[in-house]
Design a protein. Structure first.
Length: 665
């Protein structure tokens, strides 16, 4: 192997090591945001036997109908990670994502090196390509995608485009076979932005291979046919329930030029990275920010055209066109957020090449400076990369937990109702209900019709024993989104805690009927039936889940319990308080908590100050997960017998469990 190639391999190896070191603190970071419905609650990733469904049904991507999308390669990769990690172990998911991130960086180097050599063959190109890849790989904005598990779709999509273009460029003899489109198809099975591949290929042929525009367009016909076919397939398989989320398409479009400018600025000054922006859509053509965006788009297009016609500037032109073209897919589909940091992942690949090639030309035209300040320039480059790596490492820390991530959002986006709500959820998970409710109320100012916010306001008020307010919020959540299973589920769970079992079960059943793939309400019903001793309902409910998900361990466990013979209570007719207490204990052991409660109440009728009966009542309510009456009964038992250790333990347990009932789905 020639010595220069050994240097290239060593250089790229050192770069990959630097990237690994930069991201060494991210492998155990938590799941976040859309990971909840695509990973955490997604039953389809829990067994590799679901791969057939994953590739044929877009509903396997998410448990929320509004988010159904045909991205089977992403979901299949999650299923593999789930299998390897024996569950939802974040380490395996992050290692998987990071591996393909590194593969992309290697392919980027090979592509950039080839582009540079096509325009100006010289040994220095290896360092230009290397610095461009380092600038991209160590940029803090990449951490917004690498840390966000479900957004690995951006990595797969970008990787497929780069791999397809590199294959086309490096193997001209195989172009007629169309094999270079294989990674592009895989990219399109991951995320729609890869649809822009033919335009990037056209730009490559025009600028780098100096093809006439018309001839270049003709060469792109196979890519156009394949991407259009995949686009039609994806559209056909996407259910009508999918919702982009934008309230106003016109306002979304009006804002996108400004968003492009903000992304461009972030490349040079990544000082405001944010997991959930509060940038509001621009609604008036007279807004100065609208004209700022238009001016930027005009300026960058003019710059790209100028570089396209300037000899030796083709890599810069190609990178600028890449940046513009890669922004189009998320600009033409009105989405819920007008901007999102992970959308910079694809465009920044081209921008990194444009910037580094431009810098190389600047130095090339100043040979005296190049000789005198060679080491100073190298030191400056290393310092820039070090600063970027430090920023990425710091962003990994922000993404470590839900609390750290949403705290950062509330600081940078104080007008973001969703961010305020999600930070409130982190407080609620720690039992700080007043603090959580304060954030929920602040969030309601900005998102007054947000059904998830109403659910969480209901949970927090319920935990604070503000039953009237809690119920009002649950009912409003259902009114705002009557076809959403979540509102019915959390309302039913709260009703169950209050002992309103017929209503609770009805809400749980409705949640399961609205969205059979959203399993939390169906699991909750299994537990509710089991606690009441309704084993026939347990069998029916578990069979229903197993019919849809044959490998579901939770449903199988309940089905086994329902099939097992239960101990029978004593046949003798009770007549004394002690008899009823023993009967209560027998029912409790059999899992018949409702009967255990009734027997203990009969004991109290015969002996009103019977501390053991109050303790049994507390234990029965614990079995029913009705923490408020359990606490009341245990307190009464302790009041009668202050040294009643078993009752004290039950009181403490019920209080602890009550504080956990606010955990978010």
């Amino acid at each position: 192997m020639p010595k220069p190639e050994k240097k290239s391999i060593l250089a790229i190896s050192l770069l990959l090591a630097a990237v690994l070191l930069t991201y060494s603190n991210h492998f155990h970071n938590a799941f976040h945001f859309d990971d909840s419905h695509t990973v955490l609650d997604n039953p389809y990733i829990r067994s590799l036997s679901n791969l057939g469904i994953i590739f044929s049904d877009a509903r396997a991507f998410s448990t929320l109908p509004a988010h159904y999308g045909y991205r089977p390669l992403v979901t299949a990769s999650l299923a593999v990670d789930y299998k390897l990690g024996n569950g939802l172990n974040p380490l395996y998911f992050h290692v998987s994502t990071f591996f393909w991130f590194l593969v992309q960086l290697v392919l980027m180097y090979l592509l950039f090196r080839r582009i540079c050599d096509s325009v100006r063959p010289e040994p220095a190109n290896r360092w230009i390509a290397l610095f461009a890849v380092a600038l991209y790989g160590l940029h803090p904005a990449m951490a917004e995608t690498v840390n966000y598990v479900i957004q690995r779709g951006d990595i797969y999509s970008t990787l497929g485009v780069i791999a397809g273009l590199l294959w086309y460029a490096a193997a001209p003899g195989l172009r007629r076979s169309g094999l270079y489109l294989i990674p592009v198809v895989l990219a399109l099975l991951s995320k729609p932005p890869a649809l822009i591949f033919p335009a990037i290929l056209l730009t490559y042929l025009w600028l780098i291979e100096n093809e006439r525009f018309s001839r270049a367009a003709a060469r792109c016909l196979p890519a156009i046919v394949v991407t259009c076919s995949m686009g039609l397939l994806t559209s056909a398989l996407t259910p009508p329930t999918f919702v982009g989320g934008a309230r106003s398409a016109s306002a979304y479009y009006l804002t996108q030029p400004l968003v492009a400018f903000r992304y461009f600025r972030t490349f040079f000054f990544p000082d405001h990275l944010n997991a959930d922006t509060d940038l509001a859509p621009l609604t008036s053509i007279l807004d100065a920010q609208v004209w700022l965006g238009f001016a930027f788009i005009g300026g960058i297009v003019i710059a790209a055209l100028w570089c396209s016609r300037k000899p030796g500037w083709q890599p810069t032109a190609f990178g600028l066109w890449w940046f513009c073209l890669a922004l189009i897919p998320t600009a033409v589909v009105p989405l819920a957020e007008v901007e999102n940091d992970h959308r910079m992942y694809f465009p920044f690949a081209g921008l990194a090449l444009a910037v580094c090639w431009s810098v190389s030309i600047w130095f090339q035209r100043r040979p005296l400076m190049q000789r005198r300040f060679k080491f100073a320039a190298a030191g400056l480059f290393v310092a820039v990369l070090g600063a970027l790596a430090s920023g990425a490492h710091e962003r990994n820390e922000v993404w470590r937990t839900e609390e750290s991530l949403w705290r950062d959002v509330t600081i940078k986006s104080p007008n973001n109702g969703r961010g305020l709500m999600n930070y409130g959820l982190t407080l609620m998970s720690k039992g700080d209900y007043p603090g959580a409710l304060d954030y929920f109320e602040r969030a309601a100012v900005f998102n007054p019709t947000y059904d998830s916010l109403e659910i969480n306001r209901g949970i927090a008020n319920g935990a604070l024993n503000r039953d009237s307010a809690a119920e009002q919020h649950f009912i409003r959540a259902i009114a705002l989104s009557p076809l959403s299973a979540e509102g019915h589920y959390f309302y039913g769970r709260w009703l169950g805690q209050k002992g309103r079992w017929p209503e609770a079960v009805a809400q749980g059943q409705q949640a399961g009927a609205l969205n059979p793939d959203y399993l939390p309400p169906r699991y909750w019903l299994l537990e509710a039936y089991a606690q009441r001793g309704d084993w026939e309902s347990v069998r029916n409910a578990s069979d229903s889940i197993l019919q849809r998900f044959p490998s579901d361990a939770t449903a199988a466990d309940y089905r086994a319990k329902a099939a097992a013979p239960l101990p029978q209570p004593p046949a003798a007719v009770p007549s004394t308080p002690e008899d009823y207490l023993n009967l209560s204990l027998s029912f409790h052991r059999a899992g018949n908590f409702q009967q255990a409660l009734q027997a203990a109440e009969q004991a109290l009728k015969l002996r009103p100050d019977y501390a053991e009966a109050y303790n049994n009542i507390a234990a029965a309510y614990e079995g029913l997960q009705m923490w408020d009456p359990a606490i009341t009964a245990a307190q009464q038992a302790v009041k009668i017998r202050p040294n009643f250790e078993l009752a004290r333990n039950n009181l403490r347990y019920s209080q602890e469990q009550k504080s956990k009932t606010s955990e978010k789905r």
